[in-house]
Ligand binder design. Structure first.
Ligand SMILES: Cc1ncc(COP(=O)(O)O)c(C=O)c1O
Length: 451
């Protein structure tokens, strides 16, 4: 039997996260060295290492008997809890009617792109999830490269919007940002929103990392600054370490009543409703409680400690420039200082750089620049600092909270040895690349990997 795949699917590229998985698996099965058995230093996967909060797990167990379909936009208890969560943590007044629950924010962003007419503006670097969706939906889109500080320039946004003749433009704002770990402050958001009002730009504000903001008082939602034009998405995946639960929500802009009906049509057509037991579990995760407060505070403090270590260690490599994360568990490291040396070793693209780092003797997985919607020849990479045992580290942190900088460094060394070793591997790699380039400046020889 020969199956014919629809042309629309044939035409889309494999999303980067799938490509990465396949690549790592292949590397693993091909590697003949005994050292490969341990796996690799994992800076590639964007997953919180912590356990799902106990009260969420308990609520899931308690609700396993809920076999009935849920209402399309979510059970009322959950929409109420999300409304209060937004008031308590983000200072937003959002009535439950403006909230729709879906199977993850990725799906909800896809649904929003399905219903909203218009050209998409995608600031780069960007999370690897957006572009395949935009392409799949055959939407017009334009990249908006960020400034050297890796943030959107309002003037560049205006300039681009003036060139677009669509009635509506859709800006995808990701704050805090994956891959840079950076946070937009209130003033920066106000400047962007001024341009959005002026140019009739609708914003999809992906705030999935909001709760990880290290100095939490600094987080401001775009939904607060530009309530009439912003769709805010958030969910359980990062803040509650529950990506596998597949639950997210979107807050509709104020006064978007008509749009809600259209959106519900899409949800009902595509997935009916999110699993009912998962929705009940999510109620416990979004309700305000001492347990959840402690969980958010502890996990964000640990992310910050790991982030500071990673930032300092990578910045200590000659010529490497990294973003200093304000939130998330990522940073963007710029290795372009080594461009010539890399080229002398026949490494011409960021994809090749990722491949060269994953093979023996480095065993280090990173996400290269082209997966982040950068030029293929841009040697920047996303570094996710989550390769440690989250349950154990959570307990260790609570037993003895490091306060001084030196204690924090010790904490990382004791609790995240693979993060430390992986950064050492990256350091070795670039030292070797430089040495090899020095020996063979023009010969474009293959890299020697003596370490
Ligand atoms: C920026 C960003 N948005 C959305 C998602 C997907 O979130 P969800 O699990 O809610 O679909 C991710 C996950 O990696 C992400 O990094």
């Amino acid at each position: 039997m020969k199956f014919v795949v629809d042309q629309q699917v044939e035409d889309i590229e494999m999303p980067e996260n799938l490509k990465l998985n396949t690549f790592l698996q292949e590397f693993h099965s091909d590697c003949p060295h005994p050292e490969c058995n341990f796996g690799f230093y994992g800076f590639a996967f964007g997953q919180s290492p912590f356990p799902v909060p106990k009260i969420v797990q308990d609520a899931l167990i308690k609700n396993v008997d809920k076999g009935a379909y849920a209402p399309i936009s979510g059970i009322p208890e959950l929409r109420n809890a999300i409304s209060k969560y937004n008031k308590y943590y983000f200072g937003m007044d959002v009535s439950p009617e403006r909230i729709h629950v879906g199977p993850g924010t990725k799906e909800l962003i896809f649904n929003l792109l399905e219903i909203l007419h218009g050209t998409v503006i995608l600031p780069t670097p960007a999370w690897l999830g957006y572009l395949p969706q935009i392409r799949f939906l055959k939407k017009n889109y334009h990249m908006l490269p960020t400034r050297s500080n890796k943030k959107i320039s309002p003037n560049n946004l205006r300039r681009l919007a003036l060139r677009l003749h669509d009635r509506q433009k859709i800006l995808i704002l990701n704050n805090p940002n994956n891959p840079t770990g950076l946070l937009y402050d209130k003033l920066e958001l106000e400047e962007i929103s001024d341009v959005c009002r002026e140019q009739n730009i609708t914003v999809i504000s992906d705030e999935i990392y909001a709760q990880t903001t290290y100095d939490f008082s600094k987080f401001v939602s775009m939904g607060k600054i530009y309530p009439e034009g912003t769709f805010v998405t958030n969910g359980l995946s990062k803040s509650h370490a529950a990506g596998g639960y597949r639950l997210g929500y979107v807050i509709f802009p104020q006064h978007a009543i008509e749009l809600k009906t259209q959106f519900k049509k899409i949800l009902a057509t595509e997935y009916t409703a999110v699993s009912t037991p998962i929705q009940h579990a999510a109620v416990a995760g979004f309700e305000i409680s001492k347990d959840m407060n402690k969980y958010f505070e502890t996990t964000r403090n640990i992310h910050q400690i790991m982030g500071e270590y990673t930032y300092n260690a990578l910045s200590a490599i000659e010529g490497v420039v990294a973003t200093k994360p304000d939130a998330t568990f990522y940073l963007l490291a710029d290795f372009n200082h080594y461009a010539t040396d890399l080229q002398n070793s026949e490494i011409f693209t960021s994809q090749k750089l990722s491949e060269s780092l994953i093979v023996h003797p480095y065993h280090t997985a990173i996400v290269g620049g082209d997966s982040l919607v950068l030029e293929r020849t841009d040697f920047s990479a996303r570094i996710a600092y989550v390769d440690y045992d989250g349950s154990q580290v959570y307990q260790n942190y609570l037993k003895n909270k490091p306060k001084l900088s030196s204690e924090k460094v010790e904490f990382v060394k004791n609790n995240a040895p693979k993060v430390v070793a992986g950064i050492n591997m990256i350091t070795n790699f670039f030292e070797n690349i430089k040495k090899s380039s020095f020996k063979n400046p023009r010969t474009k020889s293959s890299m020697t990997t003596s370490s």
